[in-house]
Design a protein around this ligand. Structure first.
Ligand SMILES: NC(=O)c1ccc[n+]([C@@H]2O[C@H](COP(=O)([O-])OP(=O)(O)OC[C@H]3O[C@@H](n4cnc5c(N)ncnc54)[C@H](OP(=O)(O)O)[C@@H]3O)[C@@H](O)[C@H]2O)c1
Length: 286
């Protein structure tokens, strides 16, 4: 962790979660603060369930510029926000809060934008064609909504079909509805997709995603939002088959830019050395 010189004018931000010790965000944001010579600090802020409102009032009173919000507080942060971005409204969850000079709490969700930006930074056009998302959790919601907003035909397959149906039904961008596929048809469906996104938690540790790429269309781009390990079994399989891949760490880094810019006034760069720096974090976990 870098050591910064703190003055009476230090800008403060952090990540609120429970637990929060596994978060890579302090390592990332404090590295950006160091690189840009900003008088600021970004802290891990363990806040127990049920204490978010109290904590936010205290952080505002202590002069914080804002915070990231992670598990289990994202839905409560949504409910507590005075002003919601369109992305936050689409997700029903907030991961970035800004204490505005207007006295209002501004809630945003940067996961979907971070995903799109990570693709573009890798030279991939997210709107090139249809996408298949595996999974129907919080990350799937953010990514599906952002792809839908780009006009992409989004398909969803999840182990628990009901969850995918509920997610698709809630993403009601009338002209561009999300289509649910059976979990069992996920491999065969790849013949008609331009983009495959693993948003399940499979790929961490020993649990690999059961997936074959034998039916993949030749130009399929394979992405995995699991980022520990950086190259998941799915990405290895795709690379072995000559497919273009985009790793999930990019989404983490790009979504973080949005909060950093709001709190510290600089849109920070994401470069190869930052990927290495953040992934060298010895602390395991998302
Ligand atoms: N790169 C990034 O910036 C970023 C951002 C957010 C999240 N993530 C990562 O994305 C992953 C998902 O996060 P989340 O918040 O969406 O989690 P979540 O809401 O808990 O959803 C988990 C998803 O994984 C599926 N799943 C879990 N175990 C499975 C199994 N054995 N077989 C098939 N499907 C299984 C679940 O299916 P069921 O509905 O059937 O249970 C569900 O769709 C996590 O690994 C997280 O670390 C990365």
């Amino acid at each position: 962790m870098s050591i910064t010189t703190l003055t009476g004018r230090t800008r403060l931000a952090g990540v609120v979660g429970w637990p929060v010790s596994h978060s890579r965000s302090p390592r990332l944001h404090n590295e950006w603060l160091r690189r840009y010579g900003i008088d600021g600090a970004y802290l891990p802020l363990p806040v127990a369930p049920g204490q978010l409102g109290t904590a936010l009032r205290g952080l505002r009173a202590a002069g914080f510029a804002g915070v990231n919000v992670t598990i289990p507080h994202k839905q409560e942060a949504f409910a507590l926000s005075d002003v919601l971005s369109p992305a936050a409204r689409r997700c029903g969850a907030v991961n970035t809060l800004v204490f505005g000079p207007d006295g209002l709490l501004h809630g945003d969700n940067s996961d979907g934008q971070g995903f799109l930006d990570s693709l573009r930074a890798a030279g991939v056009d997210p709107a090139a064609g249809p996408a298949l998302l595996l999974g129907a959790g919080g990350a799937a919601r953010a990514i599906a909504a952002s792809l839908q907003a780009e006009g992409v035909a989004v398909h969803l397959a999840n182990r628990t079909r009901d969850r995918a149906d509920a997610l698709a039904a809630s993403l009601t961008d009338g002209c561009n509805p999300v289509r649910v596929l059976d979990w069992a048809s996920r491999d065969i469906a790849l013949g008609e997709q331009s983009l495959l996104v693993n948003t399940t938690s499979l790929g961490m540790g020993d649990a690999a995603l059961p997936c074959s790429l034998d039916h993949a269309a030749p130009g399929l781009v394979v992405t995995d939002i699991v980022y520990a390990p950086r190259v998941t079994p799915l990405l290895s399989l795709a690379r072995a088959g000559g497919l273009v891949t985009v790793e999930g760490l990019g989404m983490l880094l790009h979504q973080a830019r949005i909060g950093f810019a709001a709190w510290f006034g600089v849109d920070p760069a994401v470069d190869a050395s930052l990927f290495d720096f953040v992934s060298a974090d010895p602390v395991p976990g998302p």
